[in-house]
Design a protein around this ligand. Sequence first.
Ligand code: ATP
Ligand code: MG
Length: 385
Amino acid sequence: MSKIEPQAATILPGATIGMVGGGQLGRMFAIAATQMGYHVVVFTGSADDPAAQVTPRVVTGDLLDRQVVDKFAKQCDVITLEFENIPAQTIQWCSQFTPTYPSPDILATAQDRLIEKQTLQDAGLAVTPFAAVDSAAAVTAFAEQHGWPVIVKTVRSGYDGKGQHRLQNPANAEQVAWDQDGDWIAEQCIAFDREVSVIVARSSHGEIRCFPPLENRHRNHILDVSSCPATLSPEQSEEAISVATRVAERLDLVGVLCVEFFVVDGERLLINEIAPRPHNSGHLTIEACYTSQFQQHVRAVCGLPLGCTDLRVAAAAMVNLLGDVWPATGAAPPWDRALGIDNASLHLYGKTDAKPARKMGHLTATASDLAAAIKNAQQAAAHLH
Ligand code: ATP
Ligand code: MG
């Protein structure tokens, strides 16, 4: 049941949107919003951050400094965020001045893996079997029911596989630093056929639209390749879209949200996790869809009609560029070689410190069939090594 007021304000181009967070998601959002004629104020730690580089209006400071938050929020007609792990306090302060999306309630859900899974399960949606654990004995008890291996994750603050352990046996479980890093969740290790995601948008007027499902391949728990269309049956696609729609409704979403799924036994969909924001797997929508996930986010929080999410090409694939691509000498990778591949687009996030496993940019290739799109994106990335 929607709690959104149908008369929520429509915020037209020319107004000012606040973006809390200065990473690549904030950057691509700011580019999309600026293209549409909005002003964007980025609130982040440093004026060198990826999003701060693309707008003249930047507020730098501590997200928990009340005075800085007030200075930022007073400039904005609407505020949104790039990342669910923004402190709840910051969002509460922002929303005292300006409509702020997603709501503090959604953030509280998405910041805590246990609350998130419980909320989805209570809504009748299938999630990976899970339990709260705080010791090797608790993991062993969980494994007696669900089998080894078990994946344990920190309940809060994890991203890109950080804070995750794959435990094969009770001895492995003894090695986890149970007293550090806060609370832990155990999950059954799912022997999935594939991973897919659906990005859903819901506007402040309650309109909902989903992008076509994306298929995702991870390496070391970090997204490596996303492609579209996903290799799902029409029924599975419909099911994934229907689940994402129910999540958006259930959470009273305003903005964009990604639902990540495991496909099991060739047919069943289990929700892995949700992220209430544009998502790495949706970066290919910039080149591949009539509306990108970032433009859709702008439309959703400003109460504009949502854009068409259909593919405007036959197929597309995206490969993440991690810091590992940079030579140890510190020289730039041979970008010109990657761009020699047909229909390859390069996105770099303006990060200077190329650490291993750090997301520095991505390459997207569009093509007339899925295999060619994946091959071209991977070849473009391979040229960098
Ligand atoms: P991100 O923010 O990049 O999505 P995250 O740190 O929140 O990452 P998850 O999505 O929970 O992490 O896990 C990252 C990847 O690790 C998954 O996409 C999947 O490939 C693998 N993984 C995580 N949990 C499980 C599980 N229970 N069973 C099997 N594989 C898993
Ligand atoms: Mg994930």
